[in-house]
Design a protein around this ligand. Structure first.
Ligand SMILES: Cc1cc2nc3c(=O)[nH]c(=O)nc-3n(C[C@H](O)[C@H](O)[C@H](O)COP(=O)(O)O)c2cc1C
Length: 258
């Protein structure tokens, strides 16, 4: 047996030390077990939840709720949507007619422009005093012996100044056969001069119409010879008007309503 020279007291102290050590281990274990579960960090209510509670309690109205929520989520209240709309272009269709055919064409053109959301007035050329309210003008005349019916020419003369500052489209109503549907018919000489003076965007010749009840000796002769009829081509007229609407809509000014 080896003797390490330890006395009885030594053994007693060693036993006490061992006991003390295990007692400390036990205490540490108990302390660990008693600690609340070290789960994930449990946060308090988020600002969003607090806000929702205030809203639910009726402390803030929905406007304020959404504004504050936007501030929390995106750093600022939602931008008020800017309402951008196009101001409707106002169009005048003025006509010079003797027997009503050109007036009806003007109405058909207006139908198409209105369908394309253009604010459109149709007026007898003789009745228009002022065109300041209009952004664009369409002027048409029935053809008589190679000239426009005089209300149309008078309109072009009276409003020349104002017309040159607006987009202007011209049309004639004349041929009593299918020619205008089949090919482009150039403007009569006088109409061509008007087109130049007004710097018109376009001129088109539509077929004419001469039917029972037309005024004038020659008109009655034409009808008697069976050379009358309605040669207006609604599709052609509509397509032309559609082209105008497209151009005007493309040039509409945006109106900012804030
Ligand atoms: C006396 C008279 C002269 C006409 N002269 C022409 C003419 O020079 N060129 C033409 O293409 N059509 C001519 N026409 C046909 C008309 O232009 C056609 O009927 C037109 O649609 C009439 O339009 P309004 O009814 O609006 O007056 C003439 C018709 C009449 C009755």
């Amino acid at each position: 047996m080896y003797d390490h020279g330890m006395t009885g007291w030594g053994y007693a102290l060693m036993a006490l030390g061992t006991l003390g050590f295990w007692a400390l281990v036990a205490l540490a274990a108990m302390a660990l077990l008693r600690r609340p579960a070290a789960g994930p960090h449990l946060p308090g209510p988020t600002p969003q939840q607090l806000l929702a509670e205030r809203f639910a309690r009726g402390e803030i109205d929905d406007d304020e709720y959404y504004q504050r929520l936007a501030t929390l989520e995106y750093g600022g209240p939602p931008q008020k949507k800017r309402r951008i709309t196009m101001t409707a272009q106002r169009v005048l269709i003025a006509y010079g007619t003797k027997n009503g055919a050109t007036a009806e064409i003007a109405e058909w053109i207006a139908e198409e422009l209105r369908e394309q959301d253009l604010d459109t007035d149709v007026r007898s050329a003789a009745s228009v005093r002022d065109i300041a309210a209009y952004d664009a003008v369409v002027l048409g005349g029935g053809l008589y012996a190679g000239r426009w019916q005089r209300d149309a020419t008078g309109f072009a003369r009276r409003h020349r100044e104002a017309l040159t500052r607006r987009p202007v489209w011209l049309f004639s109503s004349g041929p009593l056969d299918a020619s205008a549907s089949e090919r482009d018919i150039p403007p009569a000489r006088g109409v061509s001069r008007i087109a130049d003076r007004l710097d018109a965007r376009d001129h088109v010749t539509f077929g004419g119409s001469l039917t029972e009840g037309a005024q004038g000796f020659i008109a009655r002769q034409i009808l008697k010879q069976g050379k009358g009829g309605d040669f207006r081509d609604r599709e052609q007229i509509r397509a032309w008007a559609h082209g105008i609407a497209t151009r005007l809509s493309g040039s509409a000014q945006p109106a900012d309503h804030g």
